[in-house]
Ligand binder design. Structure first.
Ligand SMILES: N[C@@H](CCC(=O)N[C@@H](CS)C(=O)NCC(=O)O)C(=O)O
Length: 245
């Protein structure tokens, strides 16, 4: 069967990152690793995406919105290549770590960018530069209100910064202990779950300027080395200065 025509639609760059979204970078890393023929298209406004979030994949006209659903789709069209070689236990552990990264640490990263008064001007310029200057601050503050409400509902937004730092530190310690000091999560070759972890951590370590999550993450040098190993192995980097190698 010939491969469908694949277009990965992602957020663009900001904060010194070629792709500001860990979910988009994860899909890019995996599709590159799999040697798929695909093009990338940047959409600056996630509201225009089918589910209001990026990434999504166009596959011969079919729309697959959500990075995890993209993995499932790619696994289907490649007869299991995405999760190939993983034992049931490795799959379970990889999925649990993905949930930690995508559904917990991610929100702390969001809080550190959007809700830190001192960092927020970077969000205004990084995400809202397409809005004409006279309206930029107003539009950005409206979006921030929604982020604030989302974090409150999610729960992490109810904690003090110090408590949030504690949550982040425990997440990062768990990740560092899980990935180990050499190789990849489950051996000498990276797997899909390495891309989930490394795509998020690349954004944390390389965003400019650093946020408070970056400062906490700097305590975990083993995790930083691992993030570099994964990016180097696939030749896809989060940072703008080394977008593809
Ligand atoms: N579960 C989704 C999450 C995607 C996601 O949250 N994308 C963010 C960028 S990092 C987004 O588009 N946010 C726009 C919004 O929430 O309005 C996935 O894995 O694709």
């Amino acid at each position: 069967m010939s491969q469908p025509k694949l277009t990965l639609v992602t957020l663009g760059g900001a904060f010194g990152l070629q792709n500001v979204s860990p979910f988009c970078l994860k899909a890019e890393m995996l599709m590159t690793h799999m040697g798929l023929d695909y093009t990338m298209e940047i959409q600056q406004d996630p509201r225009k995406a089918p589910k209001g979030k990026l990434p999504y994949l166009l596959a011969d006209g079919e729309v697959i919105a959500d990075s995890e659903l993209i993995l499932e789709y790619l696994d289907n069209i490649t007869q299991g290549a995405v999760y190939q070689g993983l034992s049931a236990k490795e799959h379970a552990m990889g999925l649990a770590l993905s949930r930690l990264v995508d559904d917990h640490l991610y929100w702390l990263m969001v809080a550190s960018r959007w809700l830190d008064e001192a960092w927020f001007p970077n969000v205004v310029e990084g995400f809202f530069h397409i809005v004409p200057k006279p309206f930029r601050g107003f539009v950005a503050r409206g979006a921030r209100k929604e982020v604030d409400q989302t974090l409150h509902l999610q729960g992490l937004g109810r904690h003090t910064r110090q408590e949030q730092e504690g949550f982040a530190r425990r997440d990062l310690k768990a990740l560092e202990d899980a990935v180990g000091s050499e190789g990849f999560l489950f051996g000498d070759e990276p797997c899909v779950f390495d891309y989930t972890i490394a795509s998020s951590m690349a954004g944390v370590f390389d965003q400019q300027p650093p946020t408070w999550v970056t400062h906490v993450a700097e305590e975990f040098t083993g995790l930083k080395d691992y993030t570099e190993r994964v990016q180097a192995s696939v030749g896809v980097y989060g940072r703008e200065s080394q977008a593809s190698a």
